[in-house]
Design a protein around this ligand. Structure first.
Ligand code: GLC
Length: 506
């Protein structure tokens, strides 16, 4: 495979393994199912896939609670299935990025069992963050769990342990040498197997402010929040990535890592992608930006500038497994199509989430008893959580479970998705799938930075190399600029660009 910084311009497709394709009929996506669907991804035209955690896990948080970092959970298959999937992906020229979850383990990890058994003051407890009560019966400080409720759970001997997420996800103590050594070894384990990179979960979380100071107010942060807090984005975390970068660089073949870091500003985020740290960071400012020309333009400029300041590529993302799908967020499939052409014309790497190429909406009406996300349970059912973007993919119209599993089973119920199924969209020129496929193909020819063009109010207009991308966010049609149309997100009647439509021109 060619290997000159492939990640700088790659289109990387996120696979939520449990919901992608089920190869053994149990209603849960797995590595065999994924391997069988790789030709679909080749044909779609992605450069790489990122797999959400498939490691041994009690699945309290969809696998982001890892009990064994060096093994595959039986739900998803075996290490041999992983190796076969990786070889098949590489044979199709698709790179593979795996998730690494270093902020916390599962409470069923061997280390945590050891820590509970060993008691206060033990070396085993020092691998996690155990503390006594601040005053009788009170937790050590006021930190809250991102999933709701307090971030501390009391053990039978009276000490509390910290969990910024679910109680089933105790936070590790990154001042402990065992913890550092263990994750360096885990990185090597997967690099030795041949993975092309890592997506670093909660990359801003591992180092906490000295003394664990209270925040001073409730409702501290939600998923992907950006508020400065004593448990997130502490300077000490960068030392970890400098050590990891040396490991990545010691392997042949241009391995990389992308940070899931929630930082308060683009410049704080850029620190994670300094030349001696990680290669990329997700751009959640872009995901969070409303459908407004002014807001999108200032977000794009700020992100490009921040990434340029450290020589890193920008990244773009509209959807992932933690946020409502953007068709539903924007409230319109037309906007979602236009947003896709905007994103795929920008310089840098683009992250796609499985099913966005089918235009899938968020599933809003899952039955309560089907919901599995701890966000739903810990908020007492006031926050629907993230199950609605994790519903298994529809592959084939007319088949049970739309071809997701061979038996028609599906771990979350699917709505009527006949018209969304891949089979109903492939080779239909007006479909979402055709738009993405064409855009991904053309995108390979785009090079260089972007240059904004003079444009009417609420219209985004920029050149990149020989291509011009124009997006109309105003409420009215505007004249189509001169040039030959390469691709458009919707119809272009009478030489105009209608509202909520994007076009690529030569
Ligand atoms: C990240 C993951 C999310 C998970 C959390 C805790 O934000 O994307 O799904 O719940 O980390 O590991």
């Amino acid at each position: 495979m060619p290997s000159s910084h492939w990640w700088r311009t790659a289109a990387i497709y996120e696979i939520y393994v449990r919901s992608f394709a089920d190869g053994n009929g149990d209603g849960e996506g797995d590595l065999i199912g994924l391997r069988e669907r790789l030709p679909y991804l080749r044909e779609l035209g992605v450069d790489a896939i990122w797999l959400t955690p498939f490691y041994r896990s009690p699945m309290v948080d969809g696998g982001y609670d890892v009990a064994d970092y060096r093994d595959v959970d039986p739900l998803f298959g075996t290490l041999a299935d992983f190796d076969a999937m990786l070889a098949a992906a590489h044979a199709l020229d698709i790179r593979v990025i795996v998730d690494i979850v270093p902020n916390h383990t599962s409470s069923q990890h061997a280390w945590f069992a050891e820590a509970l058994a060993a008691g206060p003051g033990s070396l085993a407890r020092d691998r996690y963050i155990f503390r006594p009560s601040s005053s009788p019966g009170e937790p050590p400080n006021d930190w809250e769990s991102i999933f709701g409720g307090r971030a501390w759970t009391r053990t039978p001997d009276g000490e509390w342990y910290l969990h910024l997420f679910d109680p089933g996800q105790p936070d590790l103590n990154w001042d402990n040498a065992d913890v550092r050594a263990e994750f360096e070894s885990v990185l090597r384990f997967w690099l030795d197997r041949g993975v092309d990179g890592f997506r670093v979960d909660v990359a801003h979380g591992m180092v906490k402010a000295a003394g664990l100071p209270s925040v001073g107010h409730p409702q501290q942060i939600g998923l992907l929040g950006r508020e400065p807090l004593p448990y997130f984005d502490q300077d000490g975390v960068h030392e970890i990535y400098r050590a990891w970068r040396k490991i990545l660089d010691s392997y042949p073949g241009d391995r990389m890592a992308v940070a899931e870091a929630w930082a308060s500003t683009p410049l704080r985020l850029a620190r994670y992608v300094a030349p001696d740290e990680l290669h990329q960071a997700f751009n959640f400012d872009f995901l969070a930006a409303p459908w407004s020309a002014a807001e999108l333009r200032s977000t794009i400029d700020a992100c490009v500038e921040a990434a340029d300041s450290v020589g890193a590529p920008t990244t773009w993302v509209l959807s992932n497994h933690d946020k409502a799908r953007h068709v539903t967020r924007f409230g319109s499939p037309e906007i979602a199509r236009a947003a896709a052409l905007l994103m795929l014309a920008l310089p840098g790497a683009a992250y796609l989430y499985q099913g966005e190429e089918l235009g899938l909406p968020e599933v809003l009406d899952l039955p309560d008893d089907a919901r599995q996300d701890p966000v739903w349970h810990r908020s007492g059912g006031t926050d629907p959580g993230r199950d609605g973007c994790r519903v298994p993919l529809p592959w084939t119209a007319g088949e049970p479970a739309y071809g997701f599993s061979t038996t028609g089973r599906s771990w979350l119920p699917q709505p009527d998705w006949s018209s969304f199924a891949a089979s109903a969209q492939q080779d239909v020129p007006s479909s979402f799938h055709s738009l993405y496929r064409e855009a991904l193909r053309l995108r390979r020819t785009f090079t260089g930075p972007l240059t904004w063009q003079e444009s009417p109010a609420d219209v985004l207009d920029f050149m990149r190399g020989g291509v011009r991308c124009v997006v109309n966010l105003s409420g009215a049609a505007v004249p189509l600029p001169l040039g030959s149309v390469v691709l458009a997100s919707g119809d272009l009647p009478d030489g105009t660009l209608p509202p909520d439509t994007a076009v690529w021109l030569h």
